[in-house]
Every structure is written in C-alpha cells, then in structure tokens.
Design a protein around this ligand. Structure first.
Ligand code: ATP
Length: 455
C-alpha cells in the first residue's frame, strides 16, 4: 500500500514537471529562463526516477529477507516440534484440540480414581488416550507428579506421555494425553468376567510370563536407570496395559514419587491401592523401591492364579449349613501349595484346560512372587535381580520362612477385591497381631491391618 502511494506521488510529480516544461516552452520560447526551468525540471525528474529505483530495489530486498526469515522460522518450528517428539517432550494442548480429538469426550474407555479416560485421534492421525484429572488439590498433585515423572522417561515398556492440557482456572479439569494402547489393561485378560468389568479373553501362560518380564524391566528402569529414582507406587493389573502383541506397557504415574539416587527410603503420605500395599507403609519408617517390588509380587500371583490376591468366597458352615462369604488370601494358598509340591493347583483353571502351562515356570514365577512379598523390604530382591531370575540367569531359591503381613485383609468394603484405588486414611487403620492368620510355612501371615471402623 505504502509502495503504491509513493509510486503514484512520484508519477504525478514527473507528470507535473513535464507539464511545466511544456508550458514554459510555449510561453517563454527558447529563452534563458526556459533553459533554466528545463534544467531544474530534468534534474528533479532524474531525482524522482532515482528515488523510485532505489526504493523499489530496497523494498524487493526487504521482502526477500522477510520471506527467507519466515520460511526459516517455519523450518525451525517444524524441526523443533520434531525434536520434541523424538526427545519425548510432551506437547501442551489446548482444550479445544482435545475436544476435537475425542469428538467432545464421547468415547470413554476407562475410569480410574482420578477421572475418566477417553479415546481420541489427533490431527496427525495418532491415536491417543486422554485422561481427565478432576479434583482441585488432589488433581493438581497427581497431574504434577505424573507429568514430572513420565515426561523424563523413555522405555518401551512405559506408556509415552504425548502431552497435557493444564487447567485455565482452579476448578477446571486437567488432561493428560498418552499413546493409545490397543488391548486395554491386564486385569481384563487375567480375571474372568466380573459383571461390572468386561473380560478381554484369557492370556496364555507364555504371554503372562512375558508380561511379568516386561513389567519387571519397566520397574527396573524406573528404579535403577533414571537420573532420579522413580517409585511408581501403584503397580496393579489396571495400570499394566497390553499392546497389539500383548506386551506390557506400565502406565499411571499419578501417585509416583521421585527420590534422589542416594536416598534409600522416603517418608510420604500413604497412597496406592488396597491389596497391593506393602506392609512398610504402616510398619516401617518410610517406603522405598521395594514397595513397588511388593506390589509387583502380588501382580505375579494374580497372573498365575487368574484371581485377585484377596477375594470373597462362599463357604458353608459345617454346623448350621448356612452359606456365608469369607475373605480368602491367595498368597497364603500359594505358599501352602508350594510347600506341598502341588503348585499346579493354584494355576488359573482356564490355562490348565488349554494344557499350556509349564510346571517348572509356574514354580519359578511363584517363588519369585513370594520373594517379592516378603514382609521385610530388605529381604525382597530388587527389580534387576527379578529380571535375572525370570530370564534364567540366576537360580531361584526357595523363599525363606518369614512373616508376611496382609494389609487390609479385614477391610470392610470391597476395594481390595476389585483393584479400585481408594485414599487410605491412616488414623482409621490399626495393626493387630492375629494368631489365627499365622501361616504354617514359608509365608506366614501374622499381622492384620484393619480399619477400626467400617466405612
Ligand atoms: N494409554 C491408554 N491406552 C488405552 N487404554 C487406557 C490407557 N490409559 C488408561 N486406559 C484405560 O483406562 C482405564 C483407567 O485408567 P486410569 O489410569 O485412569 O485408572 P486406574 O489405573 O484403573 O485407576 P486409578 O487411577 O484409580 O489407579 C485403564 O484401566 C485402561 O483400561
């Protein structure tokens, strides 16, 4: 616009000067004054033409420079976003992007303690799982620990955090965007259909064994190979996703804790899911990576048996013949059967029927699991050692005859039998020594932690 204006003014000036020359020629003939006016006019016309040439050249160069900067900037931005992707740096999404990706949060694929999870497709075609984190204070804490823990980790058995969207105001939900893992979580592949939770099918023995190794590798990486030690603190089948090849991908870092490499224990508020909690949450001073090892041990047992570590079974009273529900602690049964050399009796019946189970491997997995759930944290192996044992590079000895504490065995509600996380309230828990729960052998269950009052 500016250019056009200047060109018009210059052209008008030239025309005026030419008109002046013509008028002077007509009125003054070839007099001295005419030549003077002609000289001045020609100099002015030349000056205007020079000005136009210089100005246009300057403008052309400026435009070239600007367009070069713009294209370089675009290239830089593309390169930067590529590098972010390669380095795994999470992207910050706008709420509208996520609304568009999830078609207005329509297809819910799961629901956890912190909020619902939706399936979505991003503009570049990537399939994602969008987790909506609700709750003001708790939501913010979970959001922060999840982003800080997972943003810095890269491992094929850990879910990739694609991005996030933080709340614009305090009471609005936050979002975490993960890679979509097609086969959902392990629980639906190992526990038979439970009415409220659909069953995905029955994972084969080989697949279960592989999942055990994959999860061990993910945890070993978090515990030993990251700049800070990362404690997951919520290891359970619901937080182990299965990809298209039924390989495990550990997710949900909402409760995780980063601790310095040289810190061996850390004091923190009690968190996790009933049924998977290590006894040191209440019995010792602080927790450590061995608390994850404990939860992992419970998951191993659940994979072998195709049942929760704590379940309600119906029993008939011998005297009254009345039916009543009783809580059964699976690790205790595993221990007994192992001692009696009847380990195949604890295996998921569906795998036995398919005739696909290797007894030696069952023995090995059960022993590793019982090592992992030892009462004393220091008696448990670390995750690196678990991998060595599972992959057969280190022999697995029979676990020692030590006490194992059952956390929440007498919980009044059903949480421990469903894997649903509940905030655990310490003042409402007490530790009791219950003789009738003493196990006869390797894994003796002598302490019960139960709520003082039912919820
Ligand atoms: N990345 C993902 N890809 C596919 N499905 C997912 C993904 N993340 C979560 N899900 C599904 O959503 C469910 C809920 O996940 P979420 O992590 O919110 O809750 P949870 O682990 O069950 O409970 P809590 O958060 O209380 O421990 C999972 O069990 C799984 O079925």
């Amino acid at each position: 616009m500016e250019d056009k204006k200047a060109n018009i003014i210059a052209s008008v000036c030239i025309v005026v000067l030419v008109v002046v020359i013509i008028a002077a020629r007509v009125s003054l003939k070839l007099s001295k004054t005419f030549y003077l006016i002609l000289g001045v006019d020609i100099s002015l016309i030349l000056a205007v033409i020079c000005f136009l040439i210089i100005r246009n050249r300057y403008n052309r160069e400026r435009k070239l420079l600007v367009s070069r900067f713009v294209s370089e900037g675009r290239e830089l931005r593309i390169e930067y976003s590529f590098l972010r992707k390669v380095a795994g740096v999470p992207t910050k999404f706008k709420l509208e992007d996520l609304e568009e990706a999830t078609d207005g949060f329509r297809s819910q694929i799961g629901k956890g303690g912190s909020g619902a999870v939706f399936k979505g497709v991003l503009k570049d075609g990537s399939q994602v799982a969008v987790k909506r984190i609700e709750g003001e204070e708790k939501g913010e804490r979970e959001f922060r620990s999840e982003v800080s823990a997972i943003a810095s980790v890269q491992h094929k058995n850990l879910v990739r955090l694609y991005g996030y969207s933080s709340a614009s105001s305090a009471n609005r939900p936050r979002f975490l965007v993960y890679d979509f893992i097609v086969n959902s979580s392990l629980d639906i592949w190992i526990f038979p259909d439970r009415g409220n939770r659909r069953s995905g099918g029955c994972l084969t023995w080989d697949q279960r064994y592989q999942v055990a190794i994959d999860v061990a590798k993910a945890l070993a990486y978090l515990h030993h190979d990251c700049r800070s030690k990362i404690l997951h603190l919520d290891v359970k089948p619901e937080n182990i996703l299965l990809d298209e090849n039924y390989r495990a991908v550990v997710t949900d870092f909402g409760l995780s804790k980063l601790i310095a490499r040289d810190e061996s224990r850390v004091l923190t508020d009690i968190r996790g899911t009933r049924g998977y909690l290590a006894p040191e949450w209440l019995l010792e001073h602080g927790i450590s990576e061995k608390s994850d090892v404990y939860s992992y041990g419970i998951v191993l047992l659940e994979m072998i048996g195709g049942r929760r570590s704590i379940s309600r079974v119906e029993v008939e009273e011998t005297r009254t013949k009345k039916k009543r529900k009783k809580l059964e602690y699976f690790p205790r049964i595993v221990n007994q059967k192992m001692r009696e050399r009847n380990v195949m009796e604890i295996v998921d019946q569906r795998m036995i029927e398919a005739n696909e189970v290797d007894e030696q491997e069952v023995m090995k997995l059960a022993c590793v699991a019982l090592w992992c759930i030892q009462e004393k944290a220091k008696s448990r192996p670390d995750m690196a050692m678990v991998i060595e044992m599972l992959e057969g590079r280190v022999p697995v000895n029979e676990p020692p005859d030590s006490e194992v504490v059952v956390v929440d065995l007498l919980a009044a509600d059903d949480d421990a039998t469903t894997g649903v996380r509940k905030v655990i309230d310490i003042p409402r828990l007490q530790i009791q020594r219950e003789r009738q729960f003493r196990l006869p052998s390797i894994c003796s269950c002598s302490s019960i932690i139960s709520p003082i009052s039912p919820r």
